[in-house]
Every structure is written in structure tokens, then in C-alpha cells.
Design a protein around this ligand. Structure first.
Ligand SMILES: Cc1cc2nc3c(=O)[nH]c(=O)nc-3n(C[C@H](O)[C@H](O)[C@H](O)COP(=O)(O)O)c2cc1C
Length: 341
């Protein structure tokens, strides 16, 4: 970290910074931040992964005319006039020889919902095109559906680049559609909106509590639940009663123990609630040999039907701007927590 006085000095001199000769007012590198001169390939790879990129799939054909393709994040622009782009292919990729000698190739900039396609084309040696809807562009290159942008390229040059070939292509034609792009950073996929979402949280005065999952779960639940619980009350139900009826939705039959887990209402309170709700015809509750069994009824189901719809609508509002797949990922994480705690 830069220490206080140095920061102060630079700040004070800032207005004159442009006029000063090069070197004046420069500060020594902070020695407490270790710079790494000896590093492994793994270290380098990890360091490079801090650079967020888009994700593309480059397709072409091999010497036999068979389609080849691979996921590529090294894609970048080179020149506007002539229109040139580049990417690099590891020499160990099975499709490296095909791309190095290619006359043409196509670069597909992936959309945020094409994570599966990205993973498919990152697996070496598979028949990556199997089952996909492939068409061929004017140069006979296989092209894929759903990309945000596709650049149809003619080979311009290849360069030796250590363990990679650097491939420069001239863009002959391109096609784009609107949408959100897929991002790759730190070894994980992200989307522009998820990054925006993460940025939103930095607007606040974050304390250590902001990094605790349990706090964020409680806060999200409280904020999301406020309106929903009002609607539950309007339906003449308490929140535990809603949980009970929601757990029996679809006329399910469950054991008392299962209902305790699902509704997280204490056994004694649950018992009393079930008896009352049975009397109202909202469910049937039977007990035999010390074991309880609870079943949904049509009346109980009708009482909460609209709440499911409302819950879904509120969920959509709360997740506005989220990329496709984010909700599914969140549910996977939450279910893991539920299973493991
Ligand atoms: C997000 C992501 C980006 C990648 N970027 C590159 C890249 O720029 N260059 C490269 O050679 N491999 C890259 N790869 C790895 C290739 O996609 C992978 O090695 C591919 O399986 C090679 O296929 P092949 O051996 O069948 O030719 C990337 C993989 C992922 C998941």
C-alpha cells in the first residue's frame, strides 16, 4: 500500500503535473507490494485471468473439409483499415494445424446464454458440432446460431508466438444481433449485467458484514419478502400457514417430520396450526401410532394459487437485469446450502 504522506504529496502537486519534466515528482515503487520476477506458467495463467475478456468460438475446416472449432478468449481487434482481428491458438490443440493453414475462419462472439456452447467447444477432440444446427457461410466455413456477432474472416497472416500460433484475419463480412455478451474472468463466466450487479453493491458503505453470505441471504429475504408477506396477510394467512399450504401444493401428502423441515415451524406450533387448518378444511391432518400425516386439499390449494403467481412475478422484478442461467445457478447454491446445513 502507498503510505499516507506520499499520496498526499502527489495530490498536492497534481495541478502542475503536466508541466513538470518527466521524472519529477515520481515516487518510488512501494516495496511492501511484492513484484514477481520468477513465476511459473500457472502463476502467469492466474495473473492473466484477472483480465476480463469476451468469449468466442472460432470455426473453420480441416484439410479433409471437416468442421473444426474451439472456444477462444484471446480474440481481439487489430486494425480498422484494413479491418483486421487476431486470436491465438495453442499449438497443442488438435485443431491447431487446421487453423494455422486455414484460408478462412469465422469468429462467433458468444451471447450470455451460450455458456454451454462455450464449454462444449472447450473440450478437446470431441465431435463438437454433433446435434447442432450448422450452416455454412460463403467461404464454406461452418457457422453457429445464436452468437451476438459473427466475423467471417480471410486468413491475413500467422505468426509464431511461443507455444501459440497468432492468427490474424481480415474481416470480410460480419453479422450482429443485439443482446448481452458472455464474459470470462478469473476462470469463471460472467455477464455484463452480473458485473453491473456486483458494482451496485460497491456503491454502499460496505462493512465486513456485507461479505457474509448469511447476512446477504437475510437481507435479500427481508427485502424480497416485504411485499410478498403483505399479500400473504391479505389472503388471511400467516407466513407459517402459507409455508404449510405451499408445501402441500399439488395435493401432496407429507409426514409431520417432513413438514417441520419444509416449513421450519417448531413441532409444537406446527401441530397446533395443522389442527386448526384441518378444522378449516385447508388440509387433512391425521395422527396414528405417534406419526402424523398431512395432505393438501383443493380448498387449501385454491387459497394460495395466486400467491405462487405473485411470488414468480416479484421474483422476476427482483432479478431484473440478471443474465439467463443466473437464477438457476443461485438455486443450485441455495439447495446445496440447504442439503449441507
Ligand atoms: C473461456 C475459454 C477460453 C479459451 N481461449 C483459448 C484461446 O484463446 N486459445 C486457445 O488455444 N485455447 C483456448 N481455450 C481452450 C480451447 O478451447 C480448448 O483447448 C479446445 O478444447 C481445443 O480443442 P481441440 O483440441 O479439439 O482443437 C479456451 C477455453 C476456454 C474455456
Amino acid at each position: 500500500m502507498t503510505n499516507g504522506p506520499v499520496t498526499q504529496r502527489i495530490t498536492d502537486r497534481r495541478p502542475g503535473l503536466m508541466a513538470r519534466p518527466f521524472g519529477e515528482g515520481r515516487t518510488m515503487l512501494d516495496k511492501s507490494v511484492a513484484t514477481t520476477k520468477s513465476f511459473s506458467s500457472r502463476d502467469l495463467r492466474d495473473a492473466l485471468s484477472s483480465f476480463a475478456t469476451g468469449v468466442t468460438i472460432v470455426t473453420g475446416v480441416d484439410g479433409k473439409g471437416d468442421p473444426v472449432g474451439m472456444t477462444v478468449s484471446s480474440f481481439n481487434s487489430v486494425s480498422m483499415e484494413p479491418p483486421l482481428v487476431l486470436w491465438s491458438v495453442t499449438k497443442t490443440a488438435l485443431s491447431a494445424p487446421a487453423f494455422k493453414d486455414a484460408k478462412n475462419f469465422a469468429v462467433h462472439v458468444l451471447a450470455s446464454d451460450q455458456m454451454d456452447l462455450s464449454n462444449r467447444f472447450a473440450k478437446s477432440g470431441q465431435d463438437k458440432f454433433e446435434g447442432l444446427n450448422i450452416q455454412f457461410n460463403d467461404s464454406g466455413i461452418p457457422v453457429l446460431d445464436g452468437a451476438l456477432t459473427r466475423f467471417d474472416c480471410r486468413m491475413w497472416a500467422t505468426y509464431e508466438g511461443g507455444d501459440h500460433w497468432i492468427i490474424v484475419g481480415e474481416v470480410e463480412s460480419m453479422v450482429s444481433q443485439s443482446g448481452e455478451g458472455l464474459v470470462f474472468c478469473g476462470g469463471s463466466y460472467a455477464t455484463a449485467s452480473s458485473i453491473r450487479g456486483a458494482a451496485m453493491t460497491t456503491d454502499e458503505d460496505n462493512g465486513p458484514i456485507e461479505s457474509l453470505l448469511i447476512y446477504n441471504l437475510a437481507r435479500a429475504h427481508t427485502q424480497m419478502g416485504a411485499n410478498f408477506h403483505e399479500a400473504v396477510a391479505e389472503a388471511g394467512l400467516s407466513v407459517p400457514q402459507w409455508r404449510i399450504l405451499a408445501s402441500l401444493f399439488g395435493m401432496k401428502t407429507r409426514t409431520l417430520a417432513d413438514m417441520v423441515r419444509r416449513t421450519f415451524v417448531s413441532p409444537r406450533k406446527l401441530h397446533n396450526l395443522l389442527q386448526d387448518m384441518h378444522a378449516e378444511g385447508l388440509l387433512t391432518f391425521t395422527e396414528a401410532d405417534g406419526r402424523g400425516s398431512v395432505s393438501g386439499t383443493l380448498a387449501g390449494q385454491k387459497r394460495v394459487e395466486h400467491l405462487f403467481e405473485l411470488g414468480k412475478k416479484q421474483e422476476e422484478e427482483a432479478l431484473a437485469g440478471a443474465a439467463s442461467g443466473e437464477l438457476e445457478q443461485l438455486l443450485v447454491v441455495l439447495k446445496r446450502i440447504i442439503a449441507q446445513t
